[in-house]
Design a protein around this ligand. Structure first.
Ligand SMILES: Cc1cc2nc3c(=O)[nH]c(=O)nc-3n(C[C@H](O)[C@H](O)[C@H](O)COP(=O)(O)OP(=O)(O)OC[C@H]3O[C@@H](n4cnc5c(N)ncnc54)[C@H](O)[C@@H]3O)c2cc1C
Length: 475
């Protein structure tokens, strides 16, 4: 770059692993300066990524590296404290401008703010951009200047306040520094599990990367989105929802790209756009409550008499509760790194209410096992189910783990897929195997307590215990 005599510009990529509709990259590319694209594995991040998310990150970075190289550029990978790494790059290259897209976790905002202040004080130009939300948390305020605690008025106000601009195109070429900068080898970051290699199995169901994200959006908008309002509740329908969540979580696609494409589509169900709104709402909650993943939003829940049993929690994690719909869900999560939304609600409710376990135990498990583990949506959703969150489902709403299955997996296909030991059971009994006559169980090759567990708790007793706990916590 010395040859060009123009100081380069740094684009610090984080959870925005895409080239199209990437405002930080777009503005930097328009400057006409040589570009330095960097991804930092931050040493001082507030929360380590879970195992499944690390697998996604590996593949996402690998896909991004290939797309950047195709356009003539280089993605630099470095590990360490972000401030130190940026300093090194500035020293090595003479870069005098830095761009990034905003993030919303408390720890990340602190880091970004400190870096911005420091670099600006040293005369560098530093700009942060809106890229990963349709509306910044501070852009939608109540009449009294606070943030919305209830989704419906939030979303009404948000929609009234934003105009969604057209997506930004990916730069035609990436005019990067002429001399290659030192970069880590992605493999050395050991994001992929080795023994056993459970990550490859997970990836059979997913393709990380920007191109795959766009093709998933297109195939969803080409048909399934029309029936979304109904089919979104059917885990037995593989195409009922978009499965865009991991792509969104890593910023391989922007909410604006989804919004614009969905709006231009005659068949789009409004319900789908509303779910994008729930993601926005979760980020507002996180922004104003940085401890959302670790503190009850409603302090009244601090006194809740949790009374969980480690063995039963382990049975929940492994999909061995004896409730087939819950077990199918927990095994789907374990095997594929994704889980259907309806099933998430039922599994989370089961852990919290049937097993009287603190929601934070579940939040941590999903954080580790979900490819898309998201700091805002995961925490907000767990608190929603627990009843401790803003605009939460009331605690006394306790999902019945077998009638939910009967309603949303009426033929038992979802259960058969993930709990194969029950596959031969007629649909009448598939969600309640303990009610099947002995002969039916025998014919299906099932020995309750041996080939498939008895329920770890009795539904009615567990329900009453949960309600009593709730009552006690409010006295
Ligand atoms: C216990 C629990 C934990 C969850 N953890 C996460 C998580 O870590 N990351 C995550 O992205 N979502 C999480 N969700 C929300 C929701 O389940 C997923 O976003 C959705 O199932 C992803 O599948 P999809 O992409 O096919 O969604 P679609 O139904 O196709 O929806 C499109 C997009 O809208 C957003 N969305 C949909 N529903 C919600 C919701 N309830 N809250 C916030 N955003 C939503 C997601 O970005 C999703 O990709 C959780 C829900 C529960 C009940």
């Amino acid at each position: 770059m010395a040859e060009t005599n123009i100081n380069p510009v740094i684009i610090w990529l984080r959870r925005d692993l895409r080239l199209a509709d990437n405002p930080a990259l777009h503005v930097a590319a328009q400057s006409g300066k040589p570009l330095i694209l960097i991804y930092i594995d931050e040493a001082n991040k507030g929360r380590e990524l879970g195992g499944a998310a690390e697998v996604w990150l590996h593949h996402s970075l690998s896909a991004l590296t290939a797309s950047i190289e195709e356009k003539g550029g280089q993605l630099i990978l470095r590990r360490g404290k972000a401030a130190d790494i940026l300093d090194d790059i500035i020293d090595e290259t003479g870069a005098d401008e830095v761009h990034w897209n905003r993030r919303y976790e408390g720890w990340a905002r602190d880091i970004d703010e400190a870096i911005k202040t420091d670099l600006k004080s040293r005369g560098l130009k530093v700009e942060s951009h809106k890229a990963n939300l349709l509306t910044e948390p501070w852009e939608v305020e109540t009449k009294t200047g606070g943030f919305y605690k209830v989704f419906t008025p939030f979303w009404r106000a948000a929609k009234a306040s934003f105009t969604v601009a057209t997506d930004l195109p990916a730069p035609e070429t990436l005019d990067c520094a002429e001399a290659k900068l030192a970069s880590d080898d992605l493999a050395d970051w050991t994001l992929l599990p080795r023994s056993p290699d459970w990550g490859s199995k997970m990836m059979q169901a997913h393709t990380p990367g920007e191109a795959a994200a766009m093709s998933r959006l297109k195939s969803f908008l080409d048909g399934p989105v029309e029936d979304y309002a109904v089919q979104r509740d059917r885990p037995d329908d593989e195409t009922g929802t978009s499965k865009l969540s991991p792509h969104l979580a890593f910023g391989e696609i922007s909410p604006r790209q989804i919004w614009n494409a969905a709006k231009d589509n005659d068949y789009t169900s409004d319900k789908f756009l509303t779910e994008i709104g729930w993601r926005e709402f979760s980020y507002t909650l996180l922004f104003y409550n940085p401890d959302l993943a670790s503190q009850n939003y409603k302090p009244a829940f601090d006194n809740f008499p949790w009374d969980s049993d480690a063995k039963k929690v382990e049975a929940w994690r492994r999909g061995q509760t004896g409730y087939p719909f819950v077990d199918a869900g927990m095994r789907e999560l374990w095997q594929t790194g994704w889980q259907h939304n309806r099933v998430r609600m039922v599994c989370a409710s089961f852990l919290i209410k049937h097993l009287l376990t603190d929601w934070r135990v579940g939040e941590a498990w999903y954080w580790d096992t979900l490819l898309e583990a998201d700091p805002a949506s995961n925490a907000a959703s767990w608190q929603w189910v627990a009843g401790s969150g803003a605009d939460a489902s009331p605690y006394f709403r306790i999902f019945n783990p077998f009638t939910q299955g009967e309603k949303f997996d009426p033929n038992g296909d979802y259960v058969r897929k993930y709990v194969p030991e029950l596959a031969k059971l007629p649909k009448k009994y598939i969600h309640q195997p303990w009610t099947a006559p002995g002969l039916t169980l025998l014919e299906a090759g099932i020995k309750l307590g041996e080939t498939y567990p008895h329920p770890v708790v009795d539904h009615k007793t567990a329900r009453e215990r949960a309600l009593a706990g709730y009552k006690a916590s409010r006295e």
